[in-house]
Design a protein around this ligand. Sequence first.
Ligand SMILES: NC(=O)c1ccc[n+]([C@@H]2O[C@H](COP(=O)([O-])OP(=O)(O)OC[C@H]3O[C@@H](n4cnc5c(N)ncnc54)[C@H](O)[C@@H]3O)[C@@H](O)[C@H]2O)c1
Length: 262
Amino acid sequence: MEKLKDKVIIITGAADGLGLATALEAVKNGAVLSLIDLNEASLIQAKELILKKYPESKLLTISGDVGDLATSVRYTEETMKAFGRIDGLYNNAGIIGGTTPIDEFDPEAFNKTVNINLNGVFYGLKSVIPIMKKQQYGRIVNAASVGGLRGVLNSAAYVATKHAVVGLTKTSAAEVASSGVTVNAIAPGAIKTSMMRGFFEQTNPENPQQAENEFAKNNPTKRLGLPEEVAKLVVFLLSEDCSYVNGQVIAIDGGQSNTYLM
Ligand SMILES: NC(=O)c1ccc[n+]([C@@H]2O[C@H](COP(=O)([O-])OP(=O)(O)OC[C@H]3O[C@@H](n4cnc5c(N)ncnc54)[C@H](O)[C@@H]3O)[C@@H](O)[C@H]2O)c1
């Protein structure tokens, strides 16, 4: 069964990683997509990849920076113009934003991370919610992280923004629930994407694979997650089936955040 048959879904940060995996899973489930990314060249490649796999799919691509309110205004307007409604938003674009101790953290890098990871999510909510309220239907998924539930060494900006996304999720969920709109967040652990590759390269520049192996050892599953596994969760949260799950932050991390290692 196609879980997103004819649903119009906006995905930010759609050119790579979790955004692209979700775009593929959403198209497989019948969705019509509006894909947003800062990196125009990757976005074109992503579009080609999706069309090669699913030639019948309906896609709109828009390049822009989610840290700019004008981008969310633009993707909302262009999606409405092209498809006439917005059923789902995956507020996914985000960056690591630096891996140094807090007393050495570059304030500019901190602000940039806040702008993309937090303000970008706020701008998406602010732009899309009025349309969903009018439709009396909508599904929003925000990208938090296990770093939105726990402290993570040397990741002050990332962790602060992801905790803030959790707060935005709970508050907006309560505000829109009576209009048939749900807002949830996902909290992935380490998932094999370019972002995590970059993280392991920064953690251990000489041997990133060793950093990855060390990380995996501490996970009950002894492995990292796959983007396709996250995509399946997001597609459920974007579907009609997700009618009474609201304001939740769902960890997808192999059980790691609930485990105390002895
Ligand atoms: N991969 C993980 O292990 C993991 C874990 C927890 C949370 N997350 C979160 O999931 C989301 C996606 O992560 P990923 O691993 O797929 O990252 P990624 O780096 O693989 O892909 C991110 C995509 O977002 C785009 N992007 C970056 N900044 C942007 C901006 N300002 N405006 C528009 N697009 C922008 C990039 O060009 C890229 O295509 C992020 O919010 C991240 O914090 C990822």
